[in-house]
Design a protein around this ligand. Structure first.
Ligand SMILES: Cc1cc2nc3c(=O)[nH]c(=O)nc-3n(C[C@H](O)[C@H](O)[C@H](O)COP(=O)(O)OP(=O)(O)OC[C@H]3O[C@@H](n4cnc5c(N)ncnc54)[C@H](O)[C@@H]3O)c2cc1C
Length: 396
């Protein structure tokens, strides 16, 4: 079934992270196999499809126009006590169509020489033997399934939030209460909120330990309306009921097309996600932004760093865990440190009572009003100083 029995790199999972790894390594001349368990790459979409980090999404040039639904020119946040934030920024993000975007990324990988196989579920990754790992793959989707064994000098698991493979090889990538978010995305017919803005509702008047979103997809004339909050061991609330409640409270006329749900890692980046001849990428490595839950851009950026490090390792014949730490460091320096900050900020925000939170929103509102210039904090000196001090003291 596969073209070869042995590859330089086997990439498990054809989401944004896996596709970028596969493409970049194939482009560098390595023999790459990209495995995807689903029949159709990108379907079903379990995502709000918004991204603000364009430079991370554009790996080798512009994104195909067909994959872009909307150009985003700002963010609007409904905060506690009517303190709302309007952050106008031309071209600050895009709304993707992931049914088109993920397959497009996989095609790019294929065009650059990667072998892409769908209905191919990696079931087991073995220990390193003679410089390679075995990968057991189940092919097909029911009757007539076959199992194949292949070997690879390097295995990259970009197998998403559950990362069965990551757990199977012994990495601690399990989603735990308190550092995991559950989200529901409802596709609603028509455009609900300002068409070129991402709109959010957050804080004690709405969903405090998470937020509600409304993301417009102009070309398709639909809105991704959703909500997500942290799962705590005590939290028994049903996120689907809550999202539905908010949808009809805010938009009583809403007409639903379909509903999807999923889990989002919000722990900030894992401390360790490489082994000898093995690495995790994207949601599997908790690369997701812990404040916003956005993970497309960071998965793709991490994919680039992973490919760069694996390429260097293949060139010098060293794919040891120690060598692959360079990949972890590249990710940490680029977005991990910032994610740690946002993780603390998120906990700080959720921890506050309503009046403190309103004060914080006032400071942020003023910051946004003055084009995010640091000097804007001098316009509310007492409040800003109080918030900085509280944040600095906050251990969370
Ligand atoms: C409700 C919700 C809303 C979200 N909204 C946003 C948003 O608006 N913006 C944003 O940036 N992020 C959002 N995210 C997060 C975003 O979807 C993920 O961060 C992103 O998809 C991560 O990419 P990835 O490549 O790491 O993994 P994935 O996109 O999950 O891809 C993993 C792939 O691996 C495949 N796979 C899994 N196991 C195997 C196996 N054993 N063998 C072969 N293939 C396998 C899967 O089928 C899948 O195709 C949202 C998530 C949820 C749940």
């Amino acid at each position: 079934m596969f073209c070869n029995q042995e590859y330089d790199v086997v990439v498990i999972g054809a989401g944004p992270g896996g596709c970028v790894v596969a493409r970049n390594l194939a482009r560098a001349g390595h023999k790459v196999l990209l495995l995807e368990k689903r029949e159709k790459i990108g379907i079903p979409v379990r995502c709000g499809e918004a991204s603000t980090k364009l430079s991370d999404l554009q790996t080798y040039g512009p994104i195909d126009e067909d994959c872009i639904e909307t150009i985003i020119n700002g963010l609007y946040i409904y905060g506690p006590n009517g303190v709302n934030i309007d952050l106008a920024q031309k071209g600050t993000g895009i709304m993707l169509n992931r049914e088109k975007f993920d397959p497009w990324l996989a095609h790019l990988a294929e065009n650059d020489g990667a072998e892409v196989v769908t209905k191919a579920r990696a079931e087991f990754v073995g220990e390193v033997e003679k410089g390679c790992r075995h990968v057991r793959v189940k092919l097909g989707d029911g009757a007539g399934d076959t199992t194949e064994e292949i070997r690879a000098k390097m295995v990259v698991a970009a197998d998403g939030v559950e990362s069965r493979i990551g757990r199977q090889v012994g990495l601690d990538c399990v989603q735990k209460p308190g550092i995991t978010c559950t989200g529901v995305d409802i596709q609603v017919q028509g455009i609900l909120t300002r068409p070129d803005y991402l709109t959010f509702w957050q804080g004690h008047d709405f969903i405090n330990d998470g937020y509600i979103w409304s993301f417009p997809k102009i070309k398709s004339n639909v809105t991704n309306f959703g909500a997500g909050f942290r799962i705590s061991s005590k939290n028994n609330r049903n996120i689907l009921d809550i999202t539905m409640e908010w949808l009809y409270k805010l938009f009583p006329e809403a007409r639903i097309n379909h509903v999807v749900g999923g889990v989002i890692p919000v722990s900030s980046i894992l401390k360790e996600y490489t082994l000898d001849h093995f690495a995790l990428v994207g949601d599997a490595a908790h690369h997701t932004n812990p404040l916003t839950g956005g993970g497309i851009a960071s998965a793709m950026r991490a994919g680039r760093f992973c490919a760069q490090t694996v390429h260097e390792g293949l060139e010098c014949g060293n794919l040891s865990k120690e060598f692959l730490k360079t990949y972890e460091k590249r990710c940490y320096d680029y977005f991990g440190r910032w994610h740690d900050f946002e993780c603390k900020f998120g906990r700080f925000l959720h921890h506050m009572d309503k009046s403190e939170q309103t004060e914080l929103y006032r400071v942020l509102q003023n910051f946004a009003k003055h084009n995010c210039k640091k000097s804007s904090f001098l316009k509310t000196p007492v409040l800003s100083a109080k918030m900085f001090y509280k944040f600095w003291r906050f251990k969370g």
